[in-house]
Ligand binder design. Structure first.
Ligand code: IMP
Length: 181
């Protein structure tokens, strides 16, 4: 798998540092609020599990599965489908949406609007990666791990056709991988 990677964009050390910093910030912000962290599957799973080890207050978490990319596509369609909804009521809760990457912003924009209708007390966003150059929907992301340039990335939870999620770092695939898989 490593041989399919052209370049490492975010190393394991940088990932660990970002998680520690974000965890501290969230600990301060949400002390006494019993926040509900909502992990957006499947890409954000690895990030959330690392992040919450640094959140040193009582909290809960739940999972939601949405999809904005289909099969071979590496560009967004703007269409977000809910595949698995939450089991937890959001009414009156302080919600932290945990995403792997914000690209065009369609996914988070749609989710924030949906969560507002569910009467959450507050909604904040944390995204491990930010690709600001491709933003179409201007969503306010409250906490960002690392900003990256416009490249399709894999690893640390993120996939290309469901593969590469288990890489412990974030990297860019070699161009020939797209043409051969
Ligand atoms: P957005 O709706 O365009 O902001 O895209 C958000 C979702 O698209 C993320 O949660 C990812 O699942 C996926 N995505 C966007 N960019 C990448 C990438 O570079 N690699 C893998 N998945 C990506």
């Amino acid at each position: 798998m490593n041989s399919d990677i052209e370049k490492i964009l975010v190393s394991e050390e940088e990932i660990a540092k970002a998680n520690e910093r974000l965890g501290k910030e969230l600990t301060e912000e949400y002390a006494g609020k019993n926040p509900l962290f909502v992990c957006i599957l499947r890409g954000a799973a690895m990030f959330m599990m690392d992040l919450i080890k640094h959140v040193d207050i009582p909290m809960e978490y739940d999972f939601m599965d949405v999809s904005s990319y289909g099969g071979e596509n590496t560009t967004t369609t703007g269409d977000v489908r809910i595949i698995k909804d939450l089991d937890t009521s959001l009414r009156g809760r302080d919600v932290v949406i945990v995403e792997d990457i914000i690209d065009t912003g369609y996914t988070l924009d749609r989710l924030v609007k949906l969560f507002e209708t569910r009467e959450a007390n507050s909604i904040k966003l944390v995204s491990f990666l930010d690709k600001p150059s491709r933003r179409i929907k201007h969503v306010k992301v409250d906490y960002i791990g690392v900003q990256i340039p416009d490249a399709f990335v894999v690893g640390y939870g993120m996939d290309y056709n469901e593969h590469y999620r288990n890489l412990p770092y974030v990297g860019v695939l070699k161009p020939d991988v797209y043409s051969t898989k």
